[in-house]
Write a protein that binds this ligand. Structure first.
Ligand code: FAD
Length: 475
């Protein structure tokens, strides 16, 4: 197919390599690359503060890669796209599909409107290994449990697409520059709270490629053993790059397979199965879009959550007095990211020991994470809360002291993010309230002054959580 000029609408696929829509648009003819910061996203679903910073940097990189041809807009895509098609005199538009419920609604309506007016929409899968509508159980219903979803649904379906080479040539249409410009999106914070985030990450396609090769060379072969140790760089840290589509999961999947082969390898299998969890989250979100707002398991609708502004603030600021929880929450604030094991620990502490609704946690993560992702964040929080599909049972309450002692044995992670505790012997670093006075004194700590007393008694709050759960268990 040859078309004179088409719009290539970038969404969450901010890359040039392995971008099926871009490849097809470039094969067809000249392109006008466009990005829209769509303000019609539902309340609370525009990117949070950390994500906005990432998006700014990523768009800057993409624009450089496109030799300054990216036209950037702020407003409602449903209005902007038809206006641009008219203004540029083009009848074709190319995009990669999104799976957030509001984006599906928007894109379906826009597609219909365009097609009714004789425009041609060309849409592709650019962000999933297996699209949710293609995987179902034998009875035709969606999977609700991860293992059969991944092993039977995905691994026995057609192999994921092998990554495409970047377009051999990108030819830009000679059209007027109508772009609002990147700065019009106002994505950067007014105050400089993001210095550490900036120093930690390199948004953009090149940054994603660097992360992937570091992971493959340094950590992939110890992944199974090290992925639970928050003090070690044992995971890929690819989540923000995957969220923004600076790298496709196909590129990750095949980079790993090409390097390590297809033979049985526990580390590699475990890593690939984590990509499988990402697929599962998107699959659930697609088939059960209500899960963003509602408990997947409606038994939890009757759960007697409590709310305490003071406790929530202490959790958000990493001031709960429980070291591994505080270290995780401070890592989140400083780096815009938190280790997966610690996400589970801080989540369990919020919804079980503090008995607060998972939405409180999900919203804070949404604002603070550079990888904030509607599918993964919703599924992650519902998993932790016990209300999700294939979730951790509610009665399994993580003990943050034992978790700390098991996964941060030497207390290195806690010392990094709670430096006021670094001189405590490791016997007490995960439970400073048990340390004798002279040991606290030697470590320079007065509890309640240098570091908080525990916000709750772990045993009593666990009991309270289990009693609250007992009330809904049968119903
Ligand atoms: P790796 O261990 O290197 O894994 C590779 C990739 O697999 C990740 O980049 C990610 O895309 C995917 N992945 C790994 N673990 C999971 C998982 N449990 N669920 C879904 N996908 C996974 N992940 C997000 O990307 N965005 C979120 O907003 C998010 N919120 C979460 C909230 C909670 C309460 C929990 C428990 C987990 C959440 N996760 C989220 C999942 C997981 O913690 C992160 O994907 C992971 O820590 C990212 O680090 P990594 O890239 O080094 O992962």
């Amino acid at each position: 197919m040859t078309v004179p000029v088409s719009i290539m609408w970038f969404k969450k696929d901010l890359r040039v390599k392995d971008n099926p829509a871009l490849n097809a648009a470039c094969d067809a003819g000249k392109i006008i690359p466009v990005y829209i910061f769509d303000t019609s996203a539902p309340d609370g679903r525009l990117p949070g503060a950390a994500s906005k910073w990432w998006l700014h940097e990523s768009l800057k990189k993409l624009d450089e890669r496109l030799n300054g041809h990216l036209q950037i807009f702020k407003g409602e895509a449903k209005d902007i796209i038809p206006e641009l098609m008219d203004a540029f005199g083009t009848r074709h538009i190319f995009w990669n599909r999104l799976y957030e419920p509001w984006a599906i609604r928007r894109d379906k309506a826009l597609k219909k409107q365009l097609e009714d007016n004789d425009f041609k929409v060309h849409s592709f899968n650019g962000s999933l290994l297996w699209e949710p509508m293609k995987i179902e159980t034998k009875s035709g219903t969606p999977y609700k449990v991860y293992t059969p979803f991944y092993k039977k649904g995905c691994l026995q379906a057609a192999e994921p697409r092998y990554p495409k080479a970047p377009p051999a040539r990108i030819t830009y249409a000679d059209v007027p520059d109508k772009s609002d410009g990147l700065d019009a999106l106002e994505l950067l914070p007014d105050i400089n709270w993001h210095e550490d985030i900036q120093a930690t990450w390199k948004p953009g396609e090149d940054g994603a490629a660097d992360r992937l090769s570091t992971f493959i060379n340094d950590a992939a072969q110890q992944y199974d053993e090290q992925r639970d140790l928050p003090a070690v760089e044992g995971t890929s840290c690819l989540s923000p790059h995957l969220h923004w589509g600076e790298m496709s999961p196909n590129q990750v999947w095949y980079a790993i397979k090409d390097k390590f082969g297809d033979s049985e390898n526990k580390d590699i299998d475990t890593f690939l199965s984590e990509l499988g969890w990402r697929e599962f989250s998107y699959y659930l979100l697609y088939h059960f879009p209500d899960m963003v707002d509602k408990n997947f398991n409606d038994k939890f609708d009757k759960f007697n959550w409590r709310y305490s502004e003071k406790d929530l603030k202490a959790w958000q600021k990493g001031q709960t007095g429980i070291p591994i929880v505080d270290a995780g929450m401070r890592q989140l604030w400083q780096r815009g990211w938190m280790h997966n094991r610690v996400r589970m620990i801080v989540g369990s502490f919020l919804v079980k020991n503090l008995l607060m609704h998972w939405h409180q946690g999900e919203q804070w993560f949404w604002d603070c994470l550079v990888d904030a992702d509607l599918a993964n964040n919703t599924a992650g929080w519902q998993w932790v809360a016990g209300s999700g599909a294939d979730a951790a049972p509610y009665f399994r309450v993580f003990n943050p002291v034992l978790q700390g002692e098991k996964f941060d044995k030497e207390g290195e992670y806690v010392s990094q993010y709670c430096p006021e505790l670094k001189d405590l012997p490791k016997k007490y670093i995960h439970k400073p309230w048990e340390a004798p006075d002279d040991i606290l004194k030697d470590a320079g700590i007065t509890l309640g002054e240098d570091y908080p007393e525990p916000l709750v008694d772990l045993k009593a709050s666990r009991k309270r959580a289990l009693e609250a759960f007992d009330e809904i268990k049968g119903g």
